[in-house]
Design a binder for this molecule. Structure first.
Ligand SMILES: Cc1cc2nc3c(=O)[nH]c(=O)nc-3n(C[C@H](O)[C@H](O)[C@H](O)COP(=O)(O)OP(=O)(O)OC[C@H]3O[C@@H](n4cnc5c(N)ncnc54)[C@H](O)[C@@H]3O)c2cc1C
Length: 304
């Protein structure tokens, strides 16, 4: 249960008090506002606020006096053009503010995305909750033997149970000691800002994260990708669902050109051209390294 009954009551109170506005609103996004979408075992993502819609992107691109909308079809075509040609500033006209609850080790990856505004829960001021990310059994994987930055087969049986036991016991022991260090019952008690250094990286933190749509797409391109670590990918996947409802035309263009598209080097394009002419191109005569060639065949969906 990521939110307490009191927090849910606060959200319900906000949702039951709509305000009239002249600003652009998107019904799909209004439905998401404030609701917490659960992620991992104790985490969530929820939309706190947003600005702009697909029309706002076209309005900025056309530097329009009015709404800037021609027709839905024209707008979708313009948005695809902007995305295709990396004309990115119109996408910066849309903004989103999220409240995210996430394990600290996921936050470390997330915070590398510098083009956002962040305010994190203060563990100097407040006491952290006893909430740790403990993977589901199917997310407990061995080290990959082919990729140093990845996972291999799922742990099973006694080995999975052994690892889970260590994770739970260490988390609880660290938290017990954290509580005991900050306790001021009959003793001075260590400052919260110091006691927290004993906590493991699977403890949950929270932040508000505000970003524009261009930089959000960059984040999603990297973190909703199959190469991203599962624990951040599930957050990116949840955000993708929200963005789809917020700016459907932009999200469709992003899915097509960025998530589904690829960048080919000049060498790779030359190989494609030779293949189209019927020439037998191999790794040896391609001008590519073995790794590049393997990835190139992956793009062509050719397992050879
Ligand atoms: C699969 C994967 C594996 C990774 N592995 C590692 C790893 O092993 N070690 C590690 O340290 N990181 C790792 N990273 C993090 C990665 O290197 C980036 O730091 C992270 O993805 C943020 O990307 P970004 O800098 O493009 O994003 P942002 O910080 O949002 O920046 C967006 C763009 O703005 C520009 N920009 C922003 N700030 C500056 C600046 N100060 N100067 C110049 N240009 C700027 C750049 O063009 C940048 O691409 C990994 C990321 C992924 C997705």
């Amino acid at each position: 249960m990521p939110l307490t009954p009191e927090q849910l009551a606060e959200i319900d109170a906000l949702r039951s008090n709509p305000q009239p506005t002249l600003r652009a609103t998107v019904p799909g996004m209004e439905a998401h506002l404030y609701h917490a979408h659960p992620v991992l075992d104790h985490g969530f993502v929820r939309v706190i606020d947003y600005m702009g819609d697909d029309a706002a992107i076209c309005q900025a691109a056309r530097v329009s006096y009015g709404k800037g909308t021609k027709s839905v079809q024209n707008d979708a075509g313009l948005i695809r053009y902007l995305m295709r040609h990396w004309h990115s500033t119109p996408f910066e006209m849309c903004e989103i503010k999220l409240h995210v609850k996430l394990p600290v080790f996921v936050a470390r990856q997330w915070i590398r995305h510098r083009t956002a505004n962040v305010n994190e829960y203060s563990a100097r001021y407040s006491i952290l909750d006893r909430e740790f990310y403990i993977p589901e059994p199917d997310a407990l994987a061995a080290q990959s033997v082919v990729n140093n930055q990845g996972r291999g087969a799922t742990l099973e049986g006694a080995e999975a149970a052994r690892v889970l036991e260590i994770l739970k016991a260490d988390s609880n022991r660290a938290y017990d000691n954290y509580e005991s260090m900050i306790s001021d019952e009959g003793q001075a008690g260590l400052a919260r800002e110091l006691a927290r250094m004993n906590l493991p990286a699977n403890i949950y933190t929270q932040w508000y994260w505000k970003v524009d749509l261009h930089n959000l797409f960059h984040f999603l391109r990297l973190r909703a990708d199959a190469h991203a670590q599962y624990e951040i990918r599930v957050y990116a996947d949840a955000i993708c669902e929200m963005v789809k409802d917020w700016v459907p035309a932009s999200y469709a263009a992003f899915e097509d050109y960025r998530m589904g598209g690829v960048t080919l080097s000049a060498t790779a394009i030359a190989c494609v051209q030779r293949m189209l002419k019927g020439e037998k191109v191999t790794q040896e005569n391609s001008g590519m390294s073995k790794g590049e060639w393997r990835e190139f065949l992956g793009v062509l969906n050719d397992p050879a």
